[in-house]
Design a protein around this ligand. Structure first.
Ligand SMILES: Nc1ncnc2c1ncn2[C@@H]1O[C@H](COP(=O)(O)OP(=O)(O)OP(=O)(O)O)[C@@H](O)[C@H]1O
Ligand SMILES: [Mg+2]
Length: 369
């Protein structure tokens, strides 16, 4: 169902994204080692990743790095290794002979214990060694294995050099392809450092697939197909009004479709509930940023209220939050851009998501720094 709120996993539940799916396939067929799926929050990166993995027919391991980070407060190697192997084993679970040979290949990893489709470690595992074993197994089977990290920029917060590990694998383990998604695009670039001579992945090639918001026409068509699918009749005028407010942000359009079509709310109530949910969600997303500095909130608010230029935003910030020097202010702006909360076009800053913009405009920020 198009209006299912979970990230999609099946092709038939995914609206369009043909070109992106094709590009992912092309990269795999060419044996490319590093694929990046980039895009603002809620545009459908996880969905695209899930469907691409399912359609690939290849064994894969998928790890939701963001949820791992929030569950554990970091990304310990043993937990990453366990998730990776549990996931990989489950994707080959129905191919008995292949699975048994994979288990055999893994048995020689130091400290590993396999029970059914689950993996435990008696000592801290060496992820590089595990990837080597997977690679040699895949080479013998004539397979390619996809290692997918959803929201991979969180790997940078682990204190472990996962960028070095990925670089090692990209250079030396030809049967593996890494597929990484990132909504904090600038942070993902920083973490990988493909263009930073001081980083291990410097100079490596990556296939970049960028998800854009739906066009106006697509957004209306998406809603209309979604309602048709669940046999709910909705006037074209309503669809136009909804797209005026939500733009082509897939996640919001899906939420609207769910509230209006599945829950049966009126247009007004569905939008009201959507904005309530959005407020809670955006506050949660912003909370770590705001706990670091209240100024982040003030900057976003300045932009949400229509201040676009560096100097107008700074003026608002200083009026509300006291003096700040130029370098510090520029750094905060740059960070917000890296996190994807702001976009910069020419000299103008904007909040790229109109729902987030509306939520931020109403944000009441606590006093203090
Ligand atoms: N092409 C699509 N067709 C139908 N539904 C979609 C599509 N893309 C995304 N969705 C829906 O939009 C919502 C957001 O999708 P998803 O979680 O995949 O996006 P995301 O970019 O990974 O978001 P986040 O940045 O929050 O991780 C979900 O409800 C998902 O089901
Ligand atoms: Mg996601």
């Amino acid at each position: 169902m198009l209006f299912d709120l979970q990230p999609k996993t099946r092709r038939e539940d995914l609206y369009d994204r043909e070109a992106e799916l094709q590009e992912f396939r092309d990269a795999l067929n060419l044996g490319e080692r590093l694929i990046l799926l980039l895009g603002l929050r809620r545009l459908g990166k996880s969905s695209l990743l899930n469907v691409s993995l399912n359609e690939s027919g290849m064994p894969y391991a998928k790890i939701d790095v963001r949820s791992l980070y929030f569950t554990h407060g970091s990304i310990p190697q043993e937990i990453l290794a366990k998730k990776l192997l549990d996931s990989l084993l489950s994707t080959v679970s129905s191919r008995r002979a292949i699975r048994l040979r994979l288990e055999k290949a893994l048995e020689s990893v130091r400290g590993i214990r396999l029970s059914g489709l689950h993996v435990e470690f008696e000592r801290k595992p060496d992820l590089a060694e595990i990837l080597e074993r997977i690679n040699s197994w895949a080479e013998k089977e004539g397979l390619r294995v996809i290692i997918a990290f959803d929201e991979a920029q969180y790997l940078r917060l682990s204190g472990i050099q996962y960028d070095g590990l990925i670089a090692y694998a990209v250079d030396n383990l030809p049967a593996l392809t890494f597929a990484l998604t990132g909504s904090e695009v600038g942070m993902l670039y920083d973490f990988l450092g493909l263009e930073n001579p001081k980083k291990p992945l410097f100079g490596r090639y990556a296939r970049e697939i960028t998800l854009n918001r739906f066009s106006r026409e697509q957004s209306v068509d998406f809603l209309s197909k979604g309602f048709e699918e669940i046999r709910v009749e909705v006037h074209k005028g309503e669809l136009e009004r909804v797209v005026d407010r939500l733009d082509g942000i897939t996640g919001w359009l899906t939420t609207y479709g769910y509230l209006r079509g599945v829950r049966g709310l009126s247009e007004r109530d569905a939008l009201e509930e959507l904005f309530q949910r959005a407020q809670a969600l955006v506050m949660e997303e912003l909370s770590s940023l705001l706990s670091y500095s209240r100024r982040y909130g003030l900057i976003l608010k300045a932009v949400a209220l229509g201040n676009e230029s560096w100097s107008d935003i700074k003026e608002y910030l200083e009026f509300k939050g006291g003096r700040i020097n130029d370098a510090k202010f520029s750094l905060l702006l740059k960070n917000l851009t890296k996190y994807g909360y702001l976009t910069k076009t020419g000299r103008s800053y904007a909040i790229p998501d109109p729902v987030v913009q509306e939520v931020v405009r109403k944000l009441s920020l606590p006093q203090g720094k």
